[in-house]
Design a protein around this ligand. Sequence first.
Ligand code: ADP
Ligand code: MG
Length: 239
Amino acid sequence: MLEKQELLYEGKAKKLYGTSDPNVLWVEYKDSATALNGQKKAIISGKGELNNAISALIFRFLTQEGLENHFIEQLSSTEHLVQRVQIIPLEVVVRNIAAGSLCKRLGVPEGEKLKRPLLEFYLKSDELGDPLINEDHIAVLDLATSTALQEIRATALKVNKLLTELFLSCNLLLVDFKLEFGMRNNELLLADEISPDTCRLWDGDTQRKLDKDVFRQDLGDLTEGYREVLKRLGGIVHV
Ligand code: ADP
Ligand code: MG
C-alpha cells in the first residue's frame, strides 16, 4: 500500500505530496480560488472536490481514448495519485472561441468563433505574470526541445478534438483551456489538471459561463456551474 509522505509543493489550487513510490505523487485539490495573477483570492467551499472529480473523469476519458497522461487513480473526494513528472514551465493554451486575454490583447470580440484552433504558449511564472511567449522564446530559453514542442502541439490539438466532442455531447462549448506537460524518463506526459479552473466552458444554448470566469467576473455562485459540468459529464462518461 502506497503511503502519503511529506508536502513537496503547495500551489494555488493543489498540494503535492511525495509517496513511498518515488515515481508517484499524491495530489490534494484545495478550495482556494485565485485570479488576475493572484490579486483576487477566495476560499470556495466544495471547489476542490468538484475539480478533483472532474479532472479525474476527464483524465480517465483521455486514457480510454488512448491519450496517455499522468493520472493513476482517485483516492478520495479531494485526492488522486499521479505519475511524477518534471513539469515543463509552459502553459499551453488552446482556443476555439475568443475570450479572456485574447479579446483584451487583440480586440477580438468575446464569443467569436476562431477559424481554426489557436495554440498559445505562456511562460509559467507567477513572478512574471505568465507572459505570452512564442516558439522562438521556447527554443532560445531552452524550455523544451523542438521534438518535445512538436509533440506538445500535436497532443494539445488532439486533446482539443477529444474534449470538444466530449463537451459537445453534453451541450457544453469548450471555449479554451490550458494544459501542462512534463517529462518522465525522457518521455513527454500530459500532467496537471483539466477542470473548470483551467477550461472555459459555456452552456451550448444560453452561452452561460460555467467555469472560473464566474469567479473572475463576479457572476455568482462558482460551484453551481462546476456542479452542472460534473453532472453533465457524469451522465455521458461512464468510467
Ligand atoms: P500553480 O499555483 O502553479 O498553478 P497548482 O496548485 O495548480 O499550482 O498545482 C501544483 C503544481 O503541481 C503545479 O506547479 C503543477 O505544475 C504541478 N504538477 C502537476 N502535475 C504534476 C506531476 N504529475 N508531477 C509534478 N508536478 C506536477
Ligand atoms: Mg495551477
